[in-house]
Design a binder for this molecule. Structure first.
Ligand code: CA
Length: 247
């Protein structure tokens, strides 16, 4: 069963961008265009998570959040708040709205999807999805198999864990030390150059001759999986490229 996400946002282009991309990522999505509308949808069918814009007509996102937190049935409902300016997350945290996470506009779609997955995983471990998709990449988390398009990519267990970590956070750059912690475990005696060697093997397995390189080496920083927007553009399709625009 797909996790059910409610997106509350009055600006139609952002609403549609989020809805389209969340559906592409395997979520079921309902839309609400103001705070009152959001409370009606929640009363009809409880979402697994709400993405809630702060600036809404009539009832602000903060007020919606507070009302949901006051009711026992929605006290623990995961909420990700969208905010307009960079300084606001700190202020919002100070206001104690009860939101689980904050995303500042302009956001990348990949970031919203990664945070949605992270908050869901924390809140509802049973909702863990059986597979992840990023662009043409697909990872079956049950069978531990990875596909690029139709082609299966054969990986060692370590390469698989690295792949999974990068796919859960597309576009994000990880230092080698951060990858060591996430993939090998913080207490393992592994050297940083092991990370480089594993990335090299993963890259070889992932990219057949003539295919675009899906991994990005960021000089002096680390590694990242290219964002879905970039992957979609390389796969063609005007609409996809437009949907990947940052808002
Ligand atoms: Ca708004």
């Amino acid at each position: 069963m797909k996790p059910f996400i409610l997106v509350v946002e009055d600006e139609a282009p952002i609403q549609d961008l989020l809805t389209y991309n969340l559906e592409q990522a395997g979520f079921e999505v309902a839309q609400a265009f103001d705070g009152e509308d959001a409370l009606v949808v929640v009363a009809e069918r409880m979402p697994d998570l709400i993405i809630l814009d702060w600036m809404l007509p009539h009832l602000s996102g903060i007020e919606v959040c507070r009302r949901l937190r006051r009711r026992p049935a929605t006290q623990r409902l995961p909420i990700i708040m969208l905010t307009a300016r960079a300084e606001e997350p700190d202020r919002l945290r100070g206001l104690d709205t009860g939101a689980d996470d904050f995303i500042v506009k302009p956001f990348s779609v990949a970031e919203v999807i990664a945070r949605t997955r992270a908050v869901l995983r924390r809140a509802r471990p049973s909702l863990e999805e059986p597979e992840l998709r990023v662009g043409e990449l697909r990872i079956d988390l049950v069978a531990h198999r990875v596909f690029r398009g139709e082609r299966e990519v054969h990986l060692s267990p370590t390469e698989f864990r690295l792949m999974r970590h990068l796919m859960e956070n597309p576009g994000r750059v990880f230092s080698r030390a951060a990858l060591l912690d996430a993939v090998w475990g913080i207490n393992q005696e592994v050297e940083l150059r092991t990370v480089d060697a594993t990335v090299r093997r993963l890259r070889r397995a992932l990219n057949a001759p003539g295919e675009a390189d899906l991994l990005r080496t960021v000089r002096a920083e680390g590694y990242a999986l290219n964002e879905p927007a970039a992957l979609d553009m390389s796969a063609g399709g005007q609409t996809r490229a437009e949907m990947g625009t940052r808002f």
